[in-house]
Design a protein around this ligand. Structure first.
Ligand code: SDX
Length: 443
């Protein structure tokens, strides 16, 4: 079993000229590097040393934080590639563990590699029995994301034999453990909140159907997911698996750059994903659709979204990178229809609101000018709710699927010979030096 990306996937940026910076009478030549596709980068690593000035880019809208060969996004064209393969094709033809292999190792597996990988993941799906007691410390009404952050962070207290990031074998074991155990932990988080006993994974079930059974089976009655629903959930996991240097992936990379153990890094990613501007948007989008409630209230919410004085935003709309339709949202919309049809749910009122909201927004100058389109979170909630998940579980499912992307990116960073601890600087606008004034002399 290979443990690192094949070198054929890794190609350093190719020098393609220079950029000149004129600053305080000096002229500095900075190298320009070209990747395989997408924007070139201006290499500013020597800028501070030669000018004494930093670059300034809050939110990193114009900053490439690393070199990567895992996922490529073209925001203007609405393109998403995992190791070069279009997301639409992977979602249509592949399954989630095949996508995991692709993201981790850089190529689609052959039959032998797929069988080996599938077995390796399957035989790591159980969690240490002590973790059952760990859950007892949470309140029953704890948000599943709070449980996921706490439990995943605590895995380093159980699996000491896979925390040494300098050992490729331990990195591989930790990676397999997290990909395998995330569904088990997410299902436990769900069961705990509804007061039902935990359901153990089974080795004879696929990744998504195993998760569905762990969530919905009870001692009194087993649960067998329909192939259509299992397939839909596999596809949802594929869509959420990785997405370049988004906020939570950047969090995992930054945490990993300090040498923190893999479980702590993934827990940091889960914490960041929870935010409503990021992975928490799927929960927020469904809550918004429920608040809108009916098509005739859409104009009121569109007006609020456009009102600068109102903090309300259309959840599931807009994206830092996509200034076109998020390709994942198209597949999600198609999947939501498939799941609703399979479940015999006709005329889902929230789907009707979502589709009318999308239609109105996409013809409204405000959204058109700002290039705000539905993103992956806009339709996912409708599908997950139809599958039987409560809104509070939506981001936990996002974290479950994104774990492989975080791990692939973390591994790429650890194995990058140029890797060093991430430590940004700042534009300081605080007080210059001033002397301490004793309390009895202050005004
Ligand atoms: C994910 O990065 C990733 O790849 C993330 C992700 C992944 O797979 O990892 O794709 C997953 O996080 C998807 C995004 C989910 N979040 C939401 O759906 C929340 C709603 N969307 C917004 O909060 C916003 O669009 C962001 C956070 C997604 C992007 O914000 P940006 O890039 O910082 O853009 P911005 O906030 O500067 O907005 C630009 C303009 C602003 O107006 P002006 O100040 O220029 O006048 O567009 C407006 C914003 O007010 N705007 C919106 C809006 N999103 C942006 N107005 C109304 N509703 C919205 N949803």
């Amino acid at each position: 079993m290979t443990t690192s990306v094949p070198t054929s996937q890794q190609r350093p940026g190719t020098p393609s000229g220079t950029a000149t910076v004129n600053y305080q009478g000096k002229s500095i030549e900075l190298p320009v590097l070209r990747g395989s596709v997408g924007p070139e980068v201006i290499d500013i690593r020597k800028l501070y040393g030669e000018t004494g000035a930093f670059t300034y880019d809050p939110g990193f809208t114009s900053t490439a934080s690393c070199e990567s060969s895992i996922t490529y996004i073209d925001g203007d064209e609405g393109i998403l590639l995992y190791r070069g393969y279009p997301i639409e094709q992977l979602a249509e033809h592949g399954d989630f563990l095949e996508t995991c292999y692709l993201l981790l190792y850089g190529d689609l597996p052959n039959a032998t590699q797929m069988k080996e990988f599938d077995r390796a993941i399957t035989y790591h799906t159980m969690v240490h029995e002590q973790i059952n007691y760990f859950f007892r410390g949470f309140r029953r009404d704890a948000h599943p994301m709070a449980v996921m952050v706490g439990t995943v962070g605590a895995l380093s207290a159980f699996y000491h034999d896979s925390t040494d990031i300098n050992d490729p074998h331990q990195r591989m074991v930790a990676s397999f453990r997290m990909i395998a155990k995330m569904p088990t932990i997410a299902a436990m988080a769900y069961k705990y909140t509804i007061g039902q006993p935990f359901v153990y994974p089974r080795n004879d079930l696929g990744y998504a159907e195993n998760f569905l059974r762990m969530c919905f089976a009870v001692p009194a009655e087993d649960y067998k997911a329909s192939p259509v629903l299992s397939r839909a959930l596999e596809r949802i996991f594929i869509l959420h698996a990785d997405h370049e240097q988004n906020a939570s992936t950047s969090t995992v990379r930054l945490a990993g750059s300090s040498g923190a153990n893999p479980f702590a890094c993934i827990a940091a990613g889960i914490a960041c994903l929870w935010g409503p501007a990021h992975g928490g948007a799927n929960e927020a989008a469904l809550t918004m659709l429920e608040e809108i409630g009916s098509v005739d209230r859409i104009p009121e919410f569109i007006a609020r979204a456009k009102d600068k004085n109102d903090p309300f935003r259309l959840m599931g709309f807009g994206h830092r990178v996509y200034k076109n339709y998020d390709p994942r949202a198209k597949v999600m919309q198609k999947t939501s229809h498939e799941v609703l049809d399979e479940l015999g749910i006709k005329n889902d009122p929230l789907l009707a609101v979502a589709m009318e909201l999308e239609k109105i927004a996409l013809h409204d100058d405000y959204f058109v000018e700002k290039k705000l389109y539905p993103n992956i979170d806009f339709y996912s909630g409708i599908t997950l709710r139809a599958l039987g998940f409560p809104t509070t579980m939506f981001t936990a499912l996002f974290a479950l699927a994104r774990t492989v992307g975080w791990i692939a990116q973390w591994t790429e960073m650890i194995e990058d010979p140029a890797q060093k601890i991430g430590r940004p600087r700042q534009l300081y606008t605080g007080a210059a030096r001033r002397e301490y004034v004793p309390l009895n002399k202050r005004g």
